[in-house]
Design a protein around this ligand. Structure first.
Ligand SMILES: [Cu+2]
Length: 114
């Protein structure tokens, strides 16, 4: 029966880690009304994937009470308070995945440039 102990520990730890995340239930922000815009919410980018033509400037707005940060592999924006914005112009076609510089892989998005 000792081989069940690691599993029990894992389940316990998973439960402990999941509990705080489950306690926070923040609805996602509305879709942005401006073109080429992304709203930043709690652990979510709306839209998570945005497709734009080359030469477009995309603007992120933090619509959440918590701070967030737009972080591409090559470009990192500032820590954004609620209402703060960050913009980046995409000149070359391609896929540009990014994540929150604070919340990491839990909070990701992609810009597709055609
Ligand atoms: Cu974040």
């Amino acid at each position: 029966m000792t081989h069940f102990k690691p599993l029990a520990l894992l389940l316990l730890c998973t439960g402990l880690l999941a509990a705080p995340a489950m306690a926070i239930e923040v609805p996602p922000p509305p879709a942005p009304t401006a073109p080429n815009a992304v709203n930043v919410g709690w652990m979510v980018f709306v839209p998570a994937t945005i497709t734009v033509p080359a030469g477009t400037t995309v603007t992120w707005t933090n619509a959440d009470d918590s701070n967030h940060m737009i972080k591409f592999p090559d470009v990192k924006g500032p820590r954004m308070d609620k209402g703060a914005t960050f913009s980046r112009t995409f000149t070359a076609p391609g896929e540009y995945p990014y994540q929150c510089g604070i919340h990491g892989a839990r909070m990701t998005g992609t810009v597709i440039v055609k």
